[in-house]
Design a protein. Structure first.
Length: 564
């Protein structure tokens, strides 16, 4: 099947157009090519130089379908001569000829290598026709080995160039190619979309073979989506055109596709007639074994549909044995042969099982009915159980969501409470500082007032007053509130103390103490009262602090400390 599809594909490629002179040859047929080939082979021995190079490439091109081995022979000679003559244009053509030759012989690694070399040259040469031809050849290569995404990419690039050129025939060809790739991917609806676009562009042309090809592709896609009547219509229209053109090879292929459609429509007599007609034409074509094998395969399906298992098995064995003969040249072909033989054994077992099934058919119907009822009951129970589980899981999920929300809410409130406590403690610290400052002022004022008193004869009173002054002075020096203030600072500003010591290790304890009080936005006077020093000493300390931490005159000390 794959070899048949491959041969049909390369025939389709050959009929579309060639790259030698970048002209359309949509109406060229194999007989015309053979006449040209005979003429070229006659004049080749007498030719030299550039003329010989051009002849070699054209001969290699014509041999694509006739004999790919000769394509490789003449392509290799053309490549050697083009390099010798430094003719890049002909070198690109020789490389793509070699790519085609190896592609038709299923030697994909070499085909890809020559194709990519041709692509590199033709991108540099800048000829859109040649570039598009190489791109679409690489697209067919990837299609043939099943890399559909890569094939689609190359054919899309080809379509863009064809649209740039503005050639309706080539655009239609690209649409058809993209449709074939989507069909290979199994996306038959999308394939039909591109086939329709292709048919719309060429239906008014004289290129009847291209019209028939597109109709045939549409018929196959419609069959794959089970639109059998539409499939039948397009295949019949394609068959009428090919009958007029008398391209028998393609006609056989369409007859086979049409037979499959009639088989699915259960038009058994029509299916048989089409297969017989296809077999008659195939015999006239000569050595076309792949067509005979395809006919055998469909004939096996035909007899199987009629419950004639013996005939079905015989035709299927012809098909599998014939396929086995085609795949014996290398290891990959031997693997294919093993796969085919295995399939034949599976088909034989399947036919025997079908014969047994006919005997047990009535019993199976009863069993099927009972089984269906049991399955329905089990299905209902399973669905009910699943539904209950879903409801339970949903309830658990809702409960978890509710708990999560409550947990997040609690965390938020806790965080908010902590922030409020911190704010309160900070304010409390500031208020304590202000209180200390105010009390210190009172102590100082009291001391000052007492000192200004004038003592007369009351020596005893003077001694008492002096004692009072000494007592207040002593309490001022040992003020517990100040000690508590500094202790609170170490607790509430511990993070700040750590950061400023890490950032400025050169600061002394007094510098850091001053920095904390400045950060609390205490005035110089308040700081002086708290620390029992003069306001001038505070200003000197602030100046020294700014210098140690490297602040300019324009920089704000409080803002800097708050950002640490």
């Amino acid at each position: 099947m794959k070899k048949l599809a491959h041969l049909l594909l390369i025939t389709f490629i050959f009929i579309c157009f060639t790259a030698q002179s970048q002209k359309n040859i949509w109406d060229e047929n194999p007989s015309d090519s053979q006449v040209e080939l005979d003429s070229l082979l006659t004049i080749l021995p007498k030719s030299t130089g550039e003329k010989k190079l051009s002849l070699l490439n054209r001969i290699a091109e014509i041999y694509w379908v006739i004999d790919p081995n000769k394509t490789m022979k003449y392509g290799s000679e053309a490549l050697r001569l083009s390099i010798e003559l430094k003719n890049k244009d002909q070198e690109g053509l020789a490389l793509i000829n070699l790519c085609q030759g190896y592609l038709f012989n299923n030697i994909y690694d070499k085909a890809l290598r020559y194709g990519l070399q041709s692509l590199e040259i033709r991108r540099v040469m800048g000829n859109d026709y040649d570039l598009a031809f190489t791109l679409r050849t690489l697209g067919w290569l990837y299609y043939d080995i099943g890399y559909f995404e890569k094939a689609l990419d190359y054919h899309t690039q080809t379509l863009i160039i064809h649209e740039k050129i503005g050639d309706k025939q080539r655009i239609a060809y690209s649409y058809n190619s993209i449709g074939i790739i989507h069909d290979g991917k199994g996306d038959n609806t999308l394939a039909l979309f591109f086939f329709k676009k292709s048919l719309k562009l060429i239906q008014d042309s004289n290129n009847m073979d291209r019209i028939a090809e597109t109709m045939k592709n549409m018929g196959i896609s419609y069959r794959k989506i089970n639109e059998l009547n539409l499939s039948k219509k397009f295949l019949e229209d394609a068959l009428d055109i090919e009958s007029k053109i008398k391209y028998d090879y393609k006609k056989v292929y369409i007859l086979h596709e049409l037979a499959i459609v009639h088989l699915q429509l259960k038009n058994y007599q029509e299916c048989y007639s089409l297969l017989q007609e296809a077999r008659t034409i195939t015999k006239a074509l000569g050595n076309k074994k792949e067509l005979v094998l395809e006919n055998d395969k469909i004939m096996s399906d035909y007899y199987l549909a009629l419950n004639n298992y013996k005939e079905a098995f015989e035709f299927y064995m012809k098909y599998t044995n014939g396929n086995a003969e085609l795949f014996t040249s290398n290891e990959s072909e031997k693997l294919a042969e093993m796969r085919i033989l295995s399939e034949a054994e599976r088909r034989e077992s399947e036919i025997k099982i079908l014969e047994q099934q006919r005997i047990l058919e009535s019993q199976k119907r009863k069993s099927l009915l009972i089984g269906s009822l049991l399955l329905a009951i089990i299905g209902i129970l399973i669905i009910a159980s699943l539904w209950n589980n879903i409801k339970k899981r949903k309830a658990i999920e809702l409960q978890n969501q509710k708990l999560s929300k409550e947990k997040l809410k609690s965390q938020f409130l806790l965080q908010e409470n902590l922030e409020r406590k911190l704010d309160f403690r900070t304010k409390e610290l500031t208020n304590l500082a202000l209180f200390i400052s105010q009390r210190t002022n009172i102590y100082k004022d009291l001391t000052k007032s007492l000192k200004n008193l004038k003592f007369t004869d009351l020596s005893l009173l003077k001694q008492d007053i002096k004692a009072l002054i000494n007592e207040y002075t002593f309490k001022f020096d040992l003020n517990e509130d100040i000690q508590q203030f500094h202790a609170n600072i170490e607790t509430l500003q511990s993070d700040f103390l750590f950061r400023i010591k890490e950032k400025h290790p050169n600061l002394t304890d007094k510098d850091i103490q001053l920095a904390v009080q400045v950060k609390l936005k205490l005035s110089s006077k308040e700081i002086a009262n708290i620390n029992n020093i003069s306001a001038n000493s505070v200003e000197i300390g602030r100046h020294r602090l700014r210098k140690k931490i490297g602040l300019e005159n324009k920089d704000n000390l409080v803002v800097y400390l708050e950002n640490i």
